[in-house]
Design a protein around this ligand. Sequence first.
Ligand SMILES: [Zn+2]
Length: 271
Amino acid sequence: MPELPETTVISEDVLSLAGGREVLRAAVFRPDVTNVEPEEFTRRLVGLTLRGTGRRGKIIVLDFGGVVGLIHLVISGRVLRLPEWTEPDLTNTAVLEFEGGVTLSFAKLWLGYFHLYEPGTVDGHPLISRLGPEPFSEDFTQEYLTKALSRKANIKGLLLDQSVVAGLGNIYVDEVLFTAGVHPTRKANTLTPDEVLKVHAASRDILRRAIELRGTTFDSYHDAFGETGKYQHQLLVFDREGEPCPVCGTEIVKLRVAGRGTHVCPHCQPV
Ligand SMILES: [Zn+2]
């Protein structure tokens, strides 16, 4: 699933491809992919210009001035450039043609969506309204994180919880906890102040580097230019079960924590 870095990259790609361009055609394949009737999806977007793009948690935000598009790729979704206008189908779930020959497919939104919201109402979106602070925002302070982690739940589950911090997912949480030397099953309220500080710093550091390397590709993720990310080559523990820990050489093990496959160095991350 695209996490914060991948969503950031795609959002910036869409801006570079279609920013400042008017929508000439827009259509959606299935009514359940959006929150308006398919005819309305077309009517509300055509004639508008893409003014900017952004991201909230793992949701791509497209600012069309009078309308805001909210796109959640969930697991399989992708944004890709098509050579020409194509009617939406099972693969190309929603298609937008912009002036200047730029056609974008919001593809494989099988579990995701392309919602249209009025400007100023985005915070009321059911997913966005529950988001915690963005990792790069001023609100994501060490004090905030200390308070958010003062609970008995395991640390991995809390970091995956989008209401604690927005945008982290399974891959980056494993990397953050390894870097911080914290075992994912630890109760969050047992972390020392120094460990909380390390989790805070590692979150920002790892996400920033992952954005620079244009995200992590395992299977489906590609940027809007069809290229894979490069951060998968930098991963220290994720998907490295059975390999030696890059720090101490101990074999990396895979556990199930918070319902997710979880990668741990038993030596660097003591229980
Ligand atoms: Zn180790």
